[in-house]
Design a protein around this ligand. Structure first.
Ligand SMILES: *[C@@H]1O[C@H](CO)[C@@H](O)[C@H](O)[C@H]1NC(C)=O
Ligand SMILES: *[C@@H]1O[C@H](CO)[C@@H](O)[C@H](O)[C@H]1NC(C)=O
Ligand SMILES: *[C@@H]1O[C@H](CO)[C@@H](O)[C@H](O)[C@H]1NC(C)=O
Ligand SMILES: *[C@@H]1O[C@H](CO)[C@@H](O)[C@H](O)[C@H]1NC(C)=O
Ligand SMILES: *[C@@H]1O[C@H](CO)[C@@H](O)[C@H](O)[C@H]1NC(C)=O
Ligand SMILES: *[C@@H]1O[C@H](CO)[C@@H](O)[C@H](O)[C@H]1NC(C)=O
Ligand SMILES: *[C@@H]1O[C@H](CO)[C@@H](O)[C@H](O)[C@H]1NC(C)=O
Ligand SMILES: *[C@@H]1O[C@H](CO)[C@@H](O)[C@H](O)[C@H]1NC(C)=O
Ligand SMILES: *[C@@H]1O[C@H](CO)[C@@H](O)[C@H](O)[C@H]1NC(C)=O
Length: 329
């Protein structure tokens, strides 16, 4: 009897859960949402074409990281330069809008290398989807690691930072090289936004861009045995959105190829605000206008782990921060 009751109650609870699940799924979600890695990097869609700057023009071929004798010595540098310096000089540095990279100096040969992780098709394409003619969204949002010879000292030093942060052996570098290729082949989608409940509040979604790549690359080096100079303090740029608990909406096929016409239209309406994929001044202008609408409407539609989430945005809505993060050790 009791067990039958329990079974019956168990069943109805389960049935209720199944019915309510799509509505309250995020209620059981453990936050922050872990970033989903893929088994391998999907091929580039020919629709996605780099406009202004090609990705990694002078870089080494994919998965050909250099290797050194295990007993060799390397120095590691943290490097920062203002975003779009080629266009705006040091102007964005005043707002702490910085791009992060890592430099290596191989002591035995004197060779230098620069490594950075960035968008394949620029920031705007990684942040907002293209609305296609058949009312679906299309993303050109892959990012990747690039390694090339040399360190452009002037570029990093003049309006930015170039500071030695660690010493490592060739053996540690070789392990890091392996880590780099694994990381590059599995963590492929760029995420612009850091989503939090409030400034200094718990994280809903972490970003996945140049700065978080440097932070996890340093963590990997530390784990493999690099010796960091922890007296060096580094800050990293974050683009924050503040929101109440995010609500999972579904993926592209459930939203755009299903029965959720109303939802599909809301998401499309939002992304239509961000369709300036080409000219820079127009892009900034339209982003400001769109941000105002977002603030008024109080809704932001985020794409993360290939799923759409509604962010009920709250004060102070959106903020750039430049936050300290300690070196490992
Ligand atoms: C963004 O993607 C579109 C579509 O592939 C492309 O035409 C455009 O050049 C890209 N923008 C930049 C700045 O790379
Ligand atoms: C990372 O992946 C991209 C895209 O496939 C590739 O162009 C790049 O060379 C890779 N980087 C490394 C360090 O292998
Ligand atoms: C640094 O900023 C100044 C002022 O905007 C600019 O003239 C200079 O070219 C920048 N340096 C580099 C390396 O781009
Ligand atoms: C390598 O980079 C370091 C740090 O910028 C610099 O001091 C050194 O002169 C560079 N060496 C070469 C050969 O470019
Ligand atoms: C919409 O158009 C794109 C590009 O032509 C196509 O790849 C996609 O399958 C279409 N989606 C639907 C739901 O028809
Ligand atoms: C490379 O990395 C993978 C995954 O982290 C690990 O399983 C493998 O042992 C590493 N190989 C070497 C040679 O370090
Ligand atoms: C989209 O979500 C549905 C329902 O959760 C799932 O069955 C489907 O496999 C997902 N599709 C993709 C492309 O992830
Ligand atoms: C949309 O759904 C139809 C029927 O379920 C399916 O044949 C088609 O492949 C789907 N298209 C996309 C882009 O998911
Ligand atoms: C760098 O980060 C630290 C710790 O988060 C903070 O106190 C400091 O104000 C930041 N520096 C700048 C220039 O924003």
């Amino acid at each position: 009897m009791i067990s039958k009751m329990a079974a019956a109650t168990g069943f109805s609870v389960l049935a209720l859960a199944v019915i309510l699940l799509p509505l309250v799924q995020s209620g059981n979600q453990a936050w922050p949402m872990p970033y989903k890695r893929l088994a391998s990097r999907p091929p580039q869609n020919p629709y996605c074409q780099a406009g202004v700057v090609p990705f990694c023009p002078t870089g080494r071929a994919p998965n050909t990281m250099p290797h050194f004798k295990p007993t060799d010595q390397l120095y590691v540098y943290a490097m920062k330069a203002p975003v779009w310096e080629f266009k705006f000089g040091d102007r964005l540095a005043k707002y702490h809008i910085m791009h992060d990279a890592i430099g290596f100096h191989h002591v035995q040969s004197g060779a230098n290398f620069t490594m950075e992780w960035y968008e394949l098709y620029q920031l705007f394409n990684c942040t907002f989807a293209h609305v296609l003619k058949n009312d679906t969204l299309f993303w050109c949002n892959q990012g990747a690691a690039c390694i090339y010879n040399g360190i452009d000292e002037k570029h990093w030093k003049q309006n930015g930072t170039l500071v030695k942060v660690a010493d490592m052996s060739g053996d540690v570098f070789n392990q890091f090289a392996n880590w780099t290729e694994q990381d590059n082949n599995t963590g492929v989608y760029y995420e612009t936004w850091t989503v939090r409940s409030k400034p200094d509040g718990p994280l809903w979604f972490d970003s996945w861009e140049c700065a978080t790549w440097v932070i996890r690359a340093f963590a990997a080096m530390g784990k493999f045995g690099a010796k960091f100079d922890t007296s060096v303090h580094l800050n990293y740029t974050r683009m924050n959105i503040y929101s109440k608990e995010p609500v999972l909406l579904g993926n592209a096929s459930t939203i755009f190829n299903g029965t959720e016409k109303k939802l599909a239209n809301e998401v499309l309406k939002f992304y239509r605000l961000f369709q300036s994929h080409q000219s820079m001044p127009h892009l900034i202008e339209s982003m400001l206008a769109a941000f105002w609408e977002t603030v008024v409407e109080g809704k932001f539609y985020l794409f993360y782990n290939e799923q759409y989430w509604m962010l009920p945005i709250v004060q102070p809505h959106f903020k750039l921060t430049y936050e300290g993060y300690p070196l490992p050790g």
